[in-house]
Design a protein around this ligand. Structure first.
Ligand code: ADP
Length: 881
């Protein structure tokens, strides 16, 4: 059969020469028009029955074969004919045959060549697949690194086309499980990697076709089959290829072959990529760290990582001597010994310096590590300059700190906690300068034993508080090596571990002896001042601006007739008259932070109706807003002095009265003479019997008027002779002029002195004592009179007038007595200075007058005018506000 078949395949034979064909294949007898006359041969059974009455051969063929049989059968002969017959099974019957001339027509003899074509097709298929596999591998191996993913995608698309699949997906293992490396069609509706991943985990490691309608394909593709093929290396799955939507899924074997062609170069490239990336990272890391490898086969030159060598300025291959020459001389010997020891298998680990480029640059530090591995030393070099610099800095800082602690008056200590007690473990070096103890001495181990006996409980309390609260602050005395006690301020803190258990106490001792002693001195000093204040003969007190006492000492309490402790809360104002209190408060109101001081003489009405005069000096204390908070005052009782002054004044007054005596005799004599004359005349009338009522009435009225005049004079003398009132009051100054003239006028005119009194329109008021101002005016008038009489002036005259100038009132007393000797002008206000003969003058008149005017806030001035002396009394005008 095969011989026959081969021969037919070889080409057409001459039909006429051959014997009749055997009953194999299919024979069709045809007429000249190609109508089938008869069918024979075993293959006849697969042909479908034909309904035509005279079917043509074309009616048995598939359409593509009609082209072969063009024209009448005579045109078909002489060539092999490949014809595809329709069959009852469906698939075409592939045949090859030829046409032979028969006597009455034509015989078309064909044989089934389906097997042959199938083999050919498979062969072609294999070739295509091999080509595809080669193409896949080549393109993945040859593409640029950055096009790897793109190329892989293109190759997957090729595979998808090859299998007529909807989408092919390649999954690789990643850090967090399987992930889609690439996919032939990104728009194809696959499930997410998150859903594919656990599903792949459940698959056995062999090719598998998954039933159609898999939920991992979106509903739109459900109904299409899904194929999952693993790529195995040993027993490990290294990749999964998922193929979905192929109408006829390729077999797992076919897929496996192509998958291998795709995956192997891809994984290799990916691994290379990863390696290159790692190596790049390593290089970068080494660059950043300043690190690199070195090796030495124990003979010949040392090898250095080229990048590192460049950075260090060392040749990549250097002999041992060259290498040692690059090192700092101080490190060369150690390096040489380390190289020797490496030969003996002793590992190397050295910090060394490179020779600096110039003597000013600081050397670079390297960590040089190496170990013998087999017959070669391998190791690395690390630039540790930055670390060394930090170490140096830290060392310097530590040294500075230690120095500071050692030279400071503070001691730092550590006490270790064990079984509920604290044990000294460390003291800073400053312990010796502070207490004279050595750091490891018995005192340092047991500081509690050097405590001052009175302070032991303080130490125990400090430890208890420290353990309970985690910190303690205490102050106690410790004995130094010479037996002296030091006041120590102890600040300690307890450190605990993670579980809250005490580990150790860290604390600080500060010698505060000086501060403590200073505080003690301050306390003693305060005590002394307190005693000073208490025992001071002066009155000392503090009070609020509303005069409420905050404190008062013994002398003040004595004056106010109470106990010192009763003073607090009392109000000073209760002993002041309304006007005194008003003046007092006014004075306080004038105090400012810039002018906090004031002084005055105050008058008080003390218990038992005693009038007291105190000289009072105050200092105001202010808050930060300048508000007066408190007043401190020191007072001295001036009552005695006041009394003496008053007595002096009174004495002077009496003296003036004495001086007035002659004038007064005249003042009184005159009305007496008048009264006597009137009485004598009246008596004479009575004796003569010529009693005339009118005459007597007239005489009696004259006598009454004279009595009135004397009574007035005596009354005035009485009030003038009385002591002055304690407090000043307001009065019109001119009234005092009238008072003085009332006593003197008669006497003056009697002596021929003319009085010129210029009565003013207004009589402004002043503050003081009226009798005292009167006394001043009397003195001035008497002095003027005496000067006029002494000098026997032809027309003696005294003028009295008043003026108001610049808010001050001036009373003027002028005479024409020739004035005061200019050489004496300076001295006339001195006490006891007089030019009058003995028994006449006291020399007190002007001196006392001066004091009176000054007490009223004014001044007394003496001038010489054209004709005589002019004395002026200046007084401040009283202002009710
Ligand atoms: P006395 O009147 O007791 O002498 P005074 O103190 O009043 O004391 O006066 C002192 C002196 O001033 C007088 O002795 C006199 O020399 C001089 N003196 C006072 N007033 C006048 C005056 N108006 N003219 C001349 N001298 C005067």
């Amino acid at each position: 059969m095969s011989g026959l078949f081969d021969r037919w395949l070889g080409g057409p034979a001459t039909a006429q020469a051959e014997p009749a064909p055997q009953a194999v294949g299919l024979q069709l007898w045809l007429d000249d028009q190609g109508h089938v006359l008869r069918l024979a041969g075993p293959l006849r059974t697969v042909l479908p029955a034909n309904s035509h009455s005279a079917p043509r051969v074309h009616d048995y063929l598939q359409q593509q074969s009609w082209l072969v049989l063009e024209g009448p059968p005579a045109d078909w002969q002489g060539q092999p004919l490949d014809l595809d017959f329709a069959t009852v099974h469906g698939p075409a019957l592939h045949t090859r045959g030829w046409l032979q001339r028969q006597a009455d027509g034509w015989l078309l003899q064909v044989f089934d060549i389906g097997d042959l074509l199938g083999e050919r097709e498979q062969h072609g298929h294999r070739l295509t697949q091999q080509k595809l596999a080669t193409e896949l591998g080549r393109s993945l191996r040859d593409c640029d690194e950055e096009r790897l993913l793109l190329t892989a995608t293109e190759q997957l698309q090729q595979l998808a086309e090859h299998w007529h699949a909807g989408s092919v997906r390649l999954m690789l293992p990643g850090d967090s499980g399987w992930y889609t490396y690439t996919c032939s069609d990104n728009d194809w509706p696959w499930a997410e990697d998150e859903r594919l991943r656990p599903w792949l985990q459940t698959l056995p490691p062999r090719g598998r076709e998954i039933a159609a309608g898999n939920p991992l394909l979106q509903p739109s593709c459900a109904g299409l089959p899904l194929l999952a093929v693993p790529y195995l290396h040993g027993h490990t799955v290294q990749a999964w290829l998922l193929c979905a939507g192929a109408p006829r899924p390729p077999t797992s074997e076919t897929v496996a072959a192509l998958l291998q062609a795709l995956i192997e170069p891809l994984l290799t490239r990916l691994r290379q990529q990863q390696l290159r990336q790692r190596s790049r990272h390593l290089d970068e890391l080494q660059q950043q760290l300043g690190a690199g490898w070195w090796s030495w086969p124990l003979q010949g030159p040392l090898q250095f990582d080229p990048a590192l060598a460049l950075r260090l300025g060392v040749p990549p291959e250097a002999t041992a001597e060259q290498w040692l020459g690059r090192l700092h001389p101080a490190d060369r010997e150690a390096a040489r010994m380390a190289l020797e020891q490496l030969r003996e298998g002793i590992a190397l680990n050295l910090s060394l310096r490179l020779l600096p480029a110039n003597s000013l640059a600081s050397p670079r530090w390297l960590q040089w590590v190496g170990q013998l591995q087999g017959r070669q030393v391998q190791g690395f070099l690390l630039d540790i300059s930055a670390l060394k610099a930090q170490e140096l800095q830290a060392g310097a800082a530590r040294a500075r700190l230690e120095n500071l602690i050692a030279s400071s008056p503070a001691v730092i200590y550590v006490q270790r906690y064990a079984e509920g007690a604290l044990h000294s473990e460390f003291f800073s070096a400053s312990l010796t300068p502070l207490l004279g103890w050595e750091q490891d001495s018995e005192q340092a181990r047991q500081p509690g034993q050097t405590l001052h006996p009175d302070d032991r409980w303080l130490w125990l309390e400090r430890t208890r508080t420290l353990l309970r609260d985690g910190q303690a602050r205490s102050r106690y005395r410790l004995r130094d090596h010479l037996g002296r006690y030091h006041w120590i301020l102890d600040e300690a803190r307890l450190l605990r571990d993670d579980l809250g258990q005490p580990v150790e106490a860290v604390g600080l001792w500060l010698d505060v002896s000086e501060a403590t002693e200073a505080a003690e001195q301050v306390r003693q000093s305060e005590e002394r001042y307190r005693v000073l204040v208490e025992d001071s003969p002066a009155m000392i007190c503090r009070y609020r601006p509303d005069l409420e006492l905050l404190f008062g000492n013994h002398p003040l309490a004595e004056q106010l007739e109470c106990a010192p402790q009763q003073l607090t809360g009392m109000n000073l104002g209760q002993w002041l008259s309304d006007s005194q209190r008003a003046a007092f408060l006014q004075r306080l109101a004038r105090l400012t932070p810039a002018q906090p001081l004031a002084s005055a003489e105050i008058c008080l009405q003390l218990p038992g109706r005693r009038t007291a005069w105190w000289v009072w000096a105050e200092r105001g204390l202010f808050d930060e807003h300048g508000q007066l908070q408190e007043v401190q005052a020191v007072g001295r009782d001036n009552t005695e002095v006041r009394h003496s002054q008053q007595q002096l004044l009174q004495g002077a007054k009496m003296a003036t009265l004495g001086e007035l005596a002659t004038g007064l005799v005249h003042e009184i004599n005159q009305p007496l003479s008048t009264m006597r004359l009137a009485l004598v005349n009246t008596l004479k009338r009575l004796e003569s019997g010529e009693v005339d009522a009118e005459y007597v009435t007239g005489k009696l009225q004259r006598i009454d008027a004279q009595v009135e005049r004397v009574a007035h004079l005596v009354e005035h003398l009485r009030t003038y002779g009385r002591r002055s009132e304690v407090e000043q009051h307001v009065f019109a100054a001119w009234v005092a002029v009238h008072g003085a003239l009332g006593l003197l006028a008669e006497g003056l005119t009697g002596k021929g002195v003319a009085l010129h009194i210029e009565e003013p329109d207004l009589c402004p008021e002043v503050l003081g004592h009226e009798d005292q101002l009167e006394q001043v005016l009397i003195n001035l008038l008497v002095n003027a009179r005496d000067a006029l009489l002494e000098r026997r002036v032809a027309k003696p005259r005294i003028s009295v007038s008043q003026r108001v100038e610049e808010g001050q009132l001036c009373l003027l007393v002028e005479d024409n007595g020739g004035g005061i000797d200019p050489r004496l002008l300076e001295r006339i206000f001195e006490p006891f200075f007089t030019t009058k003969p003995a028994g006449m003058g006291t020399g007190l008149g002007l001196s006392v007058s001066h004091s009176i005017v000054e007490a009223m806030g004014g001044r007394l001035e003496a001038h010489n005018g054209n004709e005589g002396a002019c004395l002026r009394v200046w007084l401040p005008l009283y202002n009710a506000s």
